[in-house]
Design a protein around this ligand. Structure first.
Ligand code: NAP
Length: 326
């Protein structure tokens, strides 16, 4: 089978097409014919081994290969079809159309991959394409994970920092569906797209610091690395909730004080990425409540170009790599 492989850490050009052995499912696994995978910011970070949050470097390097990558095929979020199932598999059958997360197993940048049947996989929403479905799991699972912690009430004001990315575009739509008044913060090229998916207000972070706007919010959800939690806390209402997808160590430590000695709350727990959440998202997509925002779909041969586009941020929404024409 064909796969997008990288054998050393580095620029997007380390990604290249190779013929590798097609995997064979274990008894508890399904063999997935991958249709598409999202090219995520996390894939780019794993490829270059440069992380916006510096403390990720050491634990991840020890886990994923000190000198070169141990897992040579990236891709954590995908859509596809079940091609074969192991002897012990009961929940899936050949031909099932699915989408999901391979998490830290990666491997979706290939024509085929195997995953245990208890992975975060669900039937693909019936009203979107495979390419659109691949753009859902990372952004939407993370968005719903954090927003569920915020317990948004109708009329609450939420500021979403980094709203134009994979997680942010779903966070805007989910918060809006929950009745929030949404302020989106990102660069100006994303304003129109963000307003179209539900943002009520927009702040161009290159021109204005949201912390100096004079407005306060019930919830602040930030995807941006290196943001100061004390600045974020300063624009929260007295019982406001701060959600950090990219926390610095200092902010994690400071949250102990905030959570114990103030009426505000800070949360930064990693998303569990459960099947239950994926099924919830499938229903929200089929009911027309949320929709993936896909900017461009690249063929496998242009994987390096796809990563360049993700890194340059000249995109409106997500970038997807198609492993076949669907
Ligand atoms: N905690 C978790 O469980 C978890 C899970 C998945 C991912 N993450 C991390 O979360 C981060 C974001 O994820 P993502 O996939 O949504 O990223 P993404 O698609 O790259 O989106 C980030 C967005 O933030 C914008 N941005 C950059 N600097 C900004 C600033 N100073 N103020 C406001 N907006 C800014 C970017 O636009 P411009 O660059 O054009 O300005 C972009 O639109 C990644 O670093 C990823 O590793 C955390």
């Amino acid at each position: 089978m064909r796969a997008i492989v990288y054998r050393k850490y580095g620029s997007p050009d380390v990604l290249h097409l190779e013929n590798v052995d097609k995997p064979v499912p274990e008894d508890n696994e399904i063999l997935i014919r991958v249709h598409a995978a999202e090219a995520t910011k996390s894939d780019c970070e794993m490829r270059s081994f440069k992380f916006a949050v510096k403390w990720f470097w050491l634990p991840l390097r020890l886990m994923f290969g000190v000198f070169r990558p141990k897992k040579t095929i990236l891709g954590g979020y995908f859509s596809g079809e079940v091609e074969a199932v192991g002897k012990g598999v009961t929940g899936f059958s050949n031909g099932d159309q699915i989408f999901g997360s391979a998490g830290f197993k990666f491997g979706a940048y290939a024509e085929y991959m195997c995953l245990p049947e208890n992975s975060t996989i669900a039937p693909k929403p019936s009203n979107i394409s495979f390419e659109e479905a691949a753009a859902v799991p990372l952004g939407a699972l993370n968005a719903i994970h954090f927003l569920n912690k915020a317990t948004i009430k109708r009329g609450d004001s939420i500021l979403i920092n980094g709203a134009g990315g994979s997680i942010g575009t779903f966070a805007v739509q989910i918060a809006k569906a929950q009745g929030a008044i949404v302020t989106a913060v990102d660069s100006s090229i994303k304003e129109e797209m963000l307003r179209q998916i539900g943002a009520d207000h927009f702040i161009d972070y290159k021109k204005q610091n949201f912390a100096k706007s004079g407005k306060t919010h019930d919830v602040l959800f930030s995807m941006v690395a290196g943001i100061s939690s004390s600045e974020c806390l300063s624009v929260l209402k007295p019982d406001g909730r701060l959600l950090l997808a990219n926390p610095r160590i200092v902010d994690m430590l400071r949250s102990l004080i905030t959570n114990n000695f103030s009426t505000k709350n800070v949360d930064f727990a990693f998303a569990g990425e459960t099947r239950q959440e994926l099924l919830e998202l499938k229903t929200m997509i089929e009911d027309g409540i949320i929709h993936p925002v896909v900017d461009r779909v690249y063929p496998m041969e242009q994987a390096a170009e796809a990563h360049h586009t993700v890194e340059s941020e000249q995109r409106l929404g997500t970038i997807v790599i198609a492993m076949r024409n669907s």
